[in-house]
Design a binder for this molecule. Structure first.
Ligand SMILES: [Fe+2]
Length: 283
């Protein structure tokens, strides 16, 4: 979908792809654009983003423009019925991460909050079912809706440190985007939650976690539930389990620092040392 969006936008202009990498550089789009997702994950069918890997240096780069928001999106959960369990899990966690990073974002907005929380509820309650029984249309439908909600948060609010730290896993080790997010999700949440305990407690409640005696405790219950969900979806929980060497941590931390367009959204400031610690914890 991201490629289709860029093809539509560049078809009748004199701009080259290299001219439009970044935010707000596309001049127009005159070709009508319809997106039809076949996974419940990226939310690209309703977002202004297109993310590509630059083959010259292997880095992941974003093209962000309101001209990349499709004119129409047809979201049919029946198209996701045949997705393999692993792709269902990866993409579902990506969508869940969009919602979590929007709700806990430094630039969170009340209108996006509603979508993000409902997306968290829908995805967390249905992902395990869809992973274990791909033919469950009700679970697939709820995931599809949750993914659209997550996608609708990407324009106004966007993602934060989980996505920023996930990028080097994609570019350096070709790990699928959703799996990269899954590997960092609980550890970035652990790093972040003290800066926004109430927000992380809301997420926990939306996921069905037990309410604790304080927001702090409720938030921790939510993070435990995330770890459980990852396990139930048969996702690895450690970087070491997917063949990323420990000595890659420094390089990954340095490249993650280049993703300031997302790091600036994170509720807690992430410096180079923090990034190293998060990768090491995830390892
Ligand atoms: Fe994503």
């Amino acid at each position: 979908m991201d490629v289709a969006k860029l093809v539509a936008a560049l078809l009748e202009t004199d701009q080259q792809i290299i001219d439009v990498v970044g935010s707000g550089l596309l001049k127009e789009r005159s070709t009508y654009l319809i997106c039809i997702p076949t996974t419940s994950g990226t939310g690209s069918e309703v977002s202004p983003n297109a993310i590509l890997i630059n083959e010259n240096d292997g880095s992941k780069q974003g093209i962000i423009s309101s001209f990349l928001v499709p004119d129409s999106a047809y979201v049919d959960p029946a198209l996701t019925l045949s997705l393999p369990a692993s792709v269902t899990a990866y993409t579902g966690i990506d969508a869940l991460t969009h919602c979590i990073e929007a709700y806990t974002n430094r630039f969170a907005h009340p209108m996006a909050d509603i979508l993000a929380l409902e997306g968290i509820r829908l995805i967390s309650h249905n992902l395990k079912t869809a992973v274990n029984n791909g033919q469950d249309l009700e679970a697939r439908t709820n995931l599809a809706l949750g993914s659209v909600y997550g996608g609708m948060c990407l324009g106004p609010v966007n993602t934060a440190a989980i996505h920023a730290l996930a990028y080097p896993l994609g570019s350096d080790f070709k790990i699928a985007h959703g799996l990269s997010n899954a590997l960092l999700l609980p550890y970035v949440m652990e790093f972040n939650f003290s800066a926004a305990e109430k927000r992380y407690a809301d997420i926990a409640i939306a996921m069905g976690a037990e309410k604790g005696v304080s927001d702090y405790e409720t938030a921790l219950n939510g993070i435990s539930l995330i770890k459980e969900l990852l396990k139930e979806c048969n996702l690895p929980s450690r970087l070491s389990a997917i063949g990323v060497p420990l000595d890659a941590v420094n390089g990954m931390a340095r490249s993650a620092m280049n993703v300031q367009r997302l790091l600036k959204n994170n509720v807690r400031e992430v410096n180079l040392e923090n990034a190293r610690t998060i990768y090491t914890t995830a390892y």
